[in-house]
Design a protein. Structure first.
Length: 317
């Protein structure tokens, strides 16, 4: 438990965290630059011809027009036709799910569903990294798929998961705004008494930092609890993130992976893209090796962010 506390307090909030993963995630930079600008223009033209069907709300949710198009292009390896098809499919999906509807009829699970399903959901958002990326922690040891199936329908779980993913987009936007404000403050400070530049430094959304703690997870127990039906339910619902939330992940780390985790990972990774898998590292230890404690401490010796996951009823540490 002490080791997990160190991971939460020091690894999650480090601007230099997961150094080895940053090398794997360098693929995310491929195509960024002049060529990406040309690809965005091509995608824009393709969508105009075929009536992309998206709303201003969708573009905003995915970080603005430029970042939204970039997400779909990068996720589809810069294939304009495939990116356009994925974009249109997501626009239709969001329209059907009312994700871009505002005012009366807007998407919002009931408070009762949030409380009931949330009590069994092992995830928590826990602040931002030093470089302003949102961080979420999942404790897989607290996941009881059997109980989830007993207390919620697949439709209710799906609603909760969509709400969770929409929150991740909102937090990425907040992180981008924080980074832009920090860059502006730094630029103003460098100018001294001179007037800062009239153009605000841009800081696009870069995705989530996700830590998956497998402490207490037994693959055999999870399989027994969930059964084949439960694992298929998880696969169906969680695949929504891969299909309709492209480039949502910046870095991911699985820690305290138990023996036999490879078989479970084979099922989960089957719904993930090659790019997503490249951003993931699985470790048997608590992850401290990839993030030395000294890197994430401020001058007082305390973690650079004090945010902690809030324990909720139903969580099993």
């Amino acid at each position: 438990m002490a080791a997990l506390h160190d991971v939460q307090g020091n690894m999650l909030h480090s601007g230099t965290m997961l150094h080895s993963l940053q090398e794997n995630a360098s693929l995310a930079a491929v195509g960024v630059g002049a060529s990406l600008e040309a690809l965005r223009d091509a995608l824009r033209a393709e969508l105009l011809e075929g009536h992309g069907g998206c709303t201003a709300h969708m573009l905003t949710a995915f970080g603005g027009s430029e970042r939204c198009l970039e997400r779909f292009l990068v996720a589809r390896k810069h294939n304009v036709e495939e990116a356009a098809a994925a974009f249109r499919a997501t626009a239709v999906f969001r329209r059907e799910e009312l994700l871009d509807t505002e005012g009366d009829g807007a998407f919002e699970p009931s408070a009762e569903i949030k409380e009931r399903v949330g009590a069994l959901w092992p995830g928590a958002y826990c602040g931002f990294s030093v470089d302003h990326c949102p961080v979420q922690l999942f404790r897989f040891g607290g996941l009881d798929v059997g109980a989830l199936m007993e207390q919620a329908t697949e439709a209710e779980f799906r609603l909760y998961y969509l709400w969770w993913m929409e929150r991740s987009l909102a937090l990425q936007a907040e992180g981008g705004a924080r980074a832009a404000a920090a860059a502006m403050a730094s630029a103003t400070a460098e100018c001294g008494s001179g007037a800062p530049s009239s153009s605000s430094p841009s800081s696009p959304m870069r995705g989530m930092i996700e830590v998956y703690d497998c402490a207490g997870l037994s693959v055999a127990t999870l399989t027994l609890r969930a059964g084949h039906t439960g694992l298929l339910l998880l696969k169906r619902v969680l695949s929504i993130g891969q299909l309709h939330y492209p480039e949502n992940l910046r870095l991911a780390l699985f820690i305290n992976a138990p023996l036999g985790f490879a078989s479970l990972w084979a099922l989960v990774s089957s719904v993930l893209s090659e790019r997503t898998v490249a951003k993931i590292e699985i470790r048997r230890d608590d992850g401290a090796e990839v993030c030395p404690r000294r890197r994430s401490l401020n001058a007082s010796g305390r973690p650079s962010l004090a945010a902690r996951p809030r324990r909720r009823p139903g969580w099993r540490p």
